[in-house]
Design a protein around this ligand. Structure first.
Ligand SMILES: C[S@@+](CC[C@H](N)C(=O)[O-])C[C@H]1O[C@@H](n2cnc3c(N)ncnc32)[C@H](O)[C@@H]1O
Length: 227
């Protein structure tokens, strides 16, 4: 996972020469243009060192107690890949907390943004089934199906933290759609946290600099499964 996160980026802490931040793999053609414009040639990198450095950065806040807790949790941990509306491997009522962030309609093209990671892993990006509806009504149906599955796996009283953003230039506030989906599936909404952010380097790379385009604020809707 650390290697996947280090494939491409804008500093020597990544495997690549200077490019966009790691969540946006540019095409080969676009990268050649960046290399030409900056007069850069990809250098050889010490990949193992980069992975070790990043790993120790990620673990620096873990004291002995946290490490011990993690090592106990590890024995019961399961990593699944697949459609989140079909998690038959997880027994019903077995989960205390779900933290999730679904696609915000079709505003991000996950297949092309992840072509390099998929290539690295030997996965055909086009073969991955994604839920990226263009219409709000289709998104609402897909999210209600997801909430039903989350209701199955969560124990009574269990919680969901469901992150969404505002899209379509701020005209569509997805939390307004999510709230009734959760209620219909058996959850009580507890609160909505709104994060209204200042622009980051990543936002500027996307050409978002006017607090108008893209996703400028995001919200976490917290639900509890009814007893
Ligand atoms: C808003 S992003 C959240 C990314 C996440 N926070 C992360 O750091 O990886 C939405 C994610 O949902 C994934 N996705 C799309 N359709 C899905 C589905 N049917 N089941 C599970 N995940 C899906 C996308 O590939 C994308 O990674």
């Amino acid at each position: 996972m650390v290697a996947l996160n280090r494939l491409t980026g804008h500093s020597p802490g990544f495997f690549s020469v200077y490019t966009l931040p790691p969540n946006q793999a540019v095409s080969v053609k676009a990268q050649r243009k960046i290399n030409e414009a900056r007069g850069q040639t990809p250098p050889r990198r010490r990949v193992a060192e980069i992975i070790c450095r990043k790993t120790s950065q990620l673990l620096k806040d873990c004291d002995e107690e946290v490490c011990q807790t993690l090592s106990v949790a590890r024995s019961g941990a399961r990593l699944l890949t697949g459609d989140s509306t079909d998690t038959a491997q997880m027994p019903g009522g077995s989960v205390a907390l779900v933290v999730t962030s679904p696609p915000f309609l079709d505003v991000v093209d996950y297949a092309s943004d992840n072509w390099l990671r998929c290539w690295f892993m030997g996965i055909d990006a086009g073969s991955v089934k994604l839920t990226i509806p263009n219409k709000l009504a289709d998104w609402e149906r897909a999210m209600t199906a997801l909430f039903r599955e989350l209701c199955r796996v969560l124990r009574p009283g269990g919680h969901i933290a469901f992150e969404v953003g505002e899209v379509r230039g701020g005209k569509v506030k997805l939390e307004e759609t999510v709230l009734p989906c959760g209620v219909e599936a058996g959850f009580t909404p507890l609160l909505v946290v709104i994060n209204d952010q200042k622009f980051t380097k990543t936002a500027n790379c996307w050409g978002v600099d006017n607090n108008f385009k893209g996703t400028n604020t995001n919200r976490i809707v917290v639900f509890q499964k009814r007893e």
